[in-house]
Design a protein around this ligand. Sequence first.
Ligand SMILES: C[S@@+](CC[C@H](N)C(=O)[O-])C[C@H]1O[C@@H](n2cnc3c(N)ncnc32)[C@H](O)[C@@H]1O
Length: 229
Amino acid sequence: MTKEIQEQISYYDARAKEYDEWFYRIGRYDRGWELNQRWFDEVAVLKNALQQVGKVESILELACGTGIWTQELLKLGDQVTAIDASAEMIAINKEKLKSINKVDYHQFDLFSWRPNTQYDLVFFSFWLSHVPPTQVDEFLLKVYRAVRPGGKVFIIDSRFDSTSTAKDHRFENENEIYQQRKLNDGQKYKIFKIYYRPDNLLQKLTQAGFQANVKQTNNYFIYAEGQKR
Ligand SMILES: C[S@@+](CC[C@H](N)C(=O)[O-])C[C@H]1O[C@@H](n2cnc3c(N)ncnc32)[C@H](O)[C@@H]1O
């Protein structure tokens, strides 16, 4: 594993306990009522689009994090297999969903992961933007192998918008592939953060073999659905 991939895992391990502050717009991520509401309205668009996938039997969630989207996936199917490299993230996810008891957790580095099962739906949110550009095509081919024929991939990620991150993050330009992130205690980490545009993401998903459709919300998010023929 490269030092950069390791640093990214260490960052998420260290951030796990404060991770949800980003999604729920708390503390350094609180941008005031209007922008917070804009964020939540766009989250509602994503949740609705995901539910349109309809009921499925088997779901694989990659880089599951604290379970913000795992709980949405459990509305689509009775069983989710969830992978993440961070033990801290998995522990929070487990704790949140322990009463449901329908998630099978695996702690893996996704760059060493070799899919050996096929699923009706493979889902990942805010993960593709952390895959180094040199590895993204190979990663998407692995995703393709993990989807059963006729099955789907659903992806959610960030659009470039300076108000999506913490107030004390310096926002690099849209084409920069690294960002410096800070934790609440001031610790700093360097991570990959790549912003996909719809045409670019569509091209990558098509090249991997999917018949795909890519959309954006007004400000904050890009999302895609792809089907394996
Ligand atoms: C931005 S978070 C997204 C979490 C979750 N999908 C969500 O939407 O809230 C990125 C996740 O990727 C995980 N991660 C980072 N590097 C990884 C790796 N090499 N293999 C697997 N997971 C990794 C982190 O632990 C973290 O949970």
